[in-house]
Design a protein around this ligand. Structure first.
Ligand SMILES: *Cc1c(COP(=O)(O)O)cnc(C)c1O
Length: 430
């Protein structure tokens, strides 16, 4: 595959944008490749600026659960934009979206729309600290909650990809109240609560971490977090920016039957436009300005075009049978890759939760960040590059989830499995 125009654009981009990209993992450095510049998306496919077609498993890092350029989303965006791009005043559609989310997500009684997942987690933490009048936050190594100062320690996503333990520019005073614990570790959580319980404002967690690769919570782990936070009067915050409306309309909290105090959303609820949200018990949410004193605002929050894209997406997802179809395709993909691994006598770990999956290039059991780091990232880079040549665009990092969308059908899954088989076979030989 030739990518001449991509290379040309990348060279130009490097002159005007740091690293040539507007978000780090896009640079493909971890897979020792140059980024691909895209022209358009069609359902399950991406078409690059040189005219190459790829089956896409990045899906904009999660939001595009309906696939690219879904007609209902396009129509929503088109008609909304004709009415005006932004008013800085309320619209009826914001209320409609809020109601729809409230009816779908068990923990949410009231919700505030923001512009990104980062804003959602930042605001939820501010609110939790205000509500409890405490400072400390527990987070888990390898979980990513956006680039919020206080949460940029041993985080997942790009920080895991590039091995950045903490970001320069964040004074240690700002992370002094952040306690980092291994995911799935009941004992460590218990110890820390015994020591600091009365000072802990909240535990923030991706209920199914997807930013260090997909790692399911151990049996009872989420329930344990619910109980221990309740016992010490701390809040439980689920960061469902990825899992919200992906593991079903009620997200991970419905799937695992554990109801947090606050929930952060993003990605899917914006249908590919910039949206985030945080919500929870009315009693807590009523502290947010102007109802209460906790300040949080946004010039473009609840933007009518973004809201239209979100509404169109969620309405499609609410149709009966959607998640059964979605998960069936992901299951087919999982089955195909498992068969390939068995056939080639490879013992790499494959995790799937709903329509998210990760193939970990390690034979060790992966249960947290430390075990995820046992992966052979050089081998993954080889794998990624060869998959790209076979027309499959995977997340350019070992520590990310592959997303299956509703636009992925048997044909795309079969083609992907075939490519995985061939590439793994070749890698095994080399
Ligand atoms: C993507 C992500 C965020 C940050 O969202 P942005 O819109 O990129 O700011 C936060 N939490 C999780 C779990 C995410 O996956």
């Amino acid at each position: 595959m030739e990518r001449i125009r991509s290379q040309l654009f990348y060279k130009k981009a490097l002159e005007v944008i740091p690293g040539g990209v507007n978000s780090p993992v896009r640079a493909c450095k971890a897979v020792k490749a140059d980024p691909v510049f895209f022209e358009r998306g069609e359902g399950a496919y991406l078409i690059d600026v040189d005219g190459n077609r790829y089956i896409d498993y990045v899906c904009s890092w999660g939001p595009l659960i309906l696939g690219h350029a879904h007609p209902e989303v396009i129509a929503g965006v088109y008609f909304a934009s004709k009415r005006g791009t932004s008013f800085g005043a309320p619209t009826w559609q914001e209320v409609e979206l809020a109601e729809l989310i409230k009816n779908a997500v068990p923990s949410i009684e009231k919700i505030r729309l923001v512009n990104s997942g980062t804003e959602a987690t930042m605001s939820a933490i501010r609110l939790a600290r205000a509500y409890t009048n405490r400072k400390k936050i527990i987070k888990f190594e390898g979980c990513y909650h956006g680039h919020v100062d206080a949460l940029l320690v041993k985080a997942g996503s790009g920080l895991a990809t590039f091995g950045i333990p903490a970001s320069p520019g964040v004074p240690e005073e700002l992370t002094a109240h952040t306690l980092n614990l291994p995911f799935n570790d009941f004992e460590k959580v218990k110890e820390v609560f015994e020591k600091f319980g009365e000072e802990i404002a909240a535990v923030i967690v991706e209920p199914v971490p997807a930013n260090m690769g997909v790692i399911p919570p151990k049996e009872g782990f989420l329930k344990f977090l619910r109980e221990i936070t309740q016992q010490y009067g701390s809040l439980l915050i689920f960061d469902e920016v990825i899992t919200g409306f992906r593991l079903g309309v009620g997200g991970a909290q419905e799937a695992y039957g554990v109801i947090p105090d606050l929930t952060c959303l993003g990605k899917i609820i914006g249908g590919g436009l910039p949206v985030g949200a945080y919500g929870g018990k009315a009693e807590i949410m009523n502290l947010v300005a102007p109802e209460g004193p906790v300040y949080q605002a946004g010039t473009l929050s609840g933007n009518p075009i973004a809201v239209a894209a979100g509404l169109a997406t969620l309405k499609e997802l609410l149709k009966p049978g959607t998640y059964e179809r979605l998960n069936l395709m992901a299951e087919l993909l999982e089955k195909g890759i498992r068969e390939a691994l068995e056939d080639l006598d490879l013992n790499y770990r494959l995790h799937r939760v709903g329509s998210m999956l990760t193939l970990f290039f390690t034979e060790k059991e992966v249960i947290d960040f430390e075990t995820a780091l046992s992966c052979d990232t050089h081998l993954f880079a080889e794998f990624w590059q060869r998959m790209l040549e076979k027309g499959v665009y995977l997340p350019p990092s070992q520590f990310e989830a592959w997303f299956v969308s509703l636009a992925h059908k048997e044909k795309e899954i079969e083609k992907t499995v075939e490519a995985v088989y061939k590439v793994l076979k070749k890698l095994r030989k080399d």
